[in-house]
Design a protein around this ligand. Structure first.
Ligand code: M6R
Length: 357
């Protein structure tokens, strides 16, 4: 029930700090350490490559999941859009493990891949919010998101939960192999939960940003590098699906290869600056678009901020910045949709779970 909330989406965004805290608890063993079931750990250990299959927002989470597994556990990962995978299957490694990321566990595009790879005898793990869902039942293993029901068509808390669970799985795997991991993920997730809360507490400011940048916008761009690029894709999808403003996420360095031609006087460009090693490069891209008239909204992380940045997100561990940086993008999209009197929870042409291929 949405109770006193005007929209499920707002309620679900507000729940995000609690969802991260719930995941910490749900994946804690009796010693208080993060853990996942031994059979899932074994399945990952037996694989020489992970194939992440997902659609929409879950695909965007998968792109970050690849970074987690490669950086923390040293396992090569490919990420594929489920609707493309069936007829465009890459050459598989000798011992693949398929990981399906799906909030609903019912997405037909993802299920057809699962059916196909099961026919070929490959193992599958589903990461889902819905226990007993089709993809959970038909896979060999399941990891649950523990996000509680997500009703709004635009996925918010499930995305954050997907990132947290992917990080936990990759971290536990890396630790079990004695990889050199110099931080405590439990502590860092708790810090991220607080960071998420501090963004949610800035609703008035985020509504103002939506007003300042998107009130009359026909289109908008989201740019970032590294992890910020993947969050940009998600920010653009959120804005498109609920406000109907045409929006695209781009890798900062890719702009000059074509897209920058679209920048006009007043074009809104949201730039994320949370990754230290590319902070200067992305600021260079911001200068390029501003020189062509863009109305740039820089969202940077504490420690990397500069004068003129519109929003500063609190410092969190570099691999967890997406959990926090996505929050302002979700809320800005929400307010942009409200300002345009769009049906936030049930955007036109969309269903919560897409059960046709
Ligand atoms: O239930 P799933 O995670 O499999 O759904 C995948 C997409 O349909 C879903 O993420 C969609 O992109 C959302 N409406 C985005 O907000």
């Amino acid at each position: 029930e949405k109770g006193t909330y005007p929209h499920y989406m707002l309620k679900e965004m507000d729940e995000q700090p609690a969802v991260v805290r719930k995941i910490i608890q749900a994946y804690e063993n009796e010693n208080g350490d993060l853990a996942i079931d031994q059979d899932i750990l074994d399945a990952i250990s037996n694989a020489d490559r992970l194939y992440i299959i997902a659609a929409g927002t879950s695909y965007h989470a998968g792109l970050l999941g690849k970074q987690y597994f490669e950086k923390l556990a040293g396992i090569p990962v490919e990420v594929h859009i489920s609707s493309e995978f069936g007829y465009n299957m890459p050459l598989l490694s000798e011992k693949p493990l398929f990981i399906f990321i799906t909030q609903s566990g019912e997405t037909a595009d993802s299920r057809q891949v699962l059916v196909k790879i099961k026919e070929q005898g490959y193992p599958a793990l589903t990461i889902t919010n819905v226990p007993g869902s089709t993809l959970s039942r038909e896979a060999d293993y399941t990891l649950l998101l523990h996000a509680g029901p997500e009703i709004a068509v635009a996925s918010t808390k499930a995305y954050v939960a997907q990132l947290a669970v992917l990080a936990v799985a990759a971290y536990v795997k890396g630790k079990s192999e004695g990889k050199n991991i110099d931080f405590d993920l439990k502590t860092e997730l708790a810090i991220a939960a607080n960071g998420i809360q501090s963004m949610i507490d800035l609703k008035d400011e985020l509504e103002q940003i939506a007003e300042d940048y998107l009130k009359i916008a026909r289109n908008a761009f989201f740019i970032g590098r590294n992890a910020d690029f993947y969050v940009s894709l998600e920010g653009a999808l959120k804005l498109k699906e609920i406000s109907y403003i045409q929006a695209e996420g781009f890798a900062g360095g890719e702009l000059k290869h074509g897209t920058i031609a679209l920048i006009e006087d007043g074009t809104p460009v949201f730039a994320l600056v949370t990754q230290e090693q590319v902070a200067l490069n992305i600021r260079g891209n911001v200068k390029e678009v501003v020189a062509r008239g863009a109305n740039a909204c820089i969202i940077s992380m504490e420690g990397l901020e500069e004068e003129g940045d519109r929003l500063i997100i609190p410092k969190v561990h570099p691999i967890l910045t997406p959990l926090v940086s996505v929050i302002p993008l979700q809320l800005i999209s929400y307010y942009a949709a409200l300002h345009r009197r769009c049906d936030v929870d049930k955007p036109r042409n969309l269903a919560k779970s897409v059960t046709v291929e």
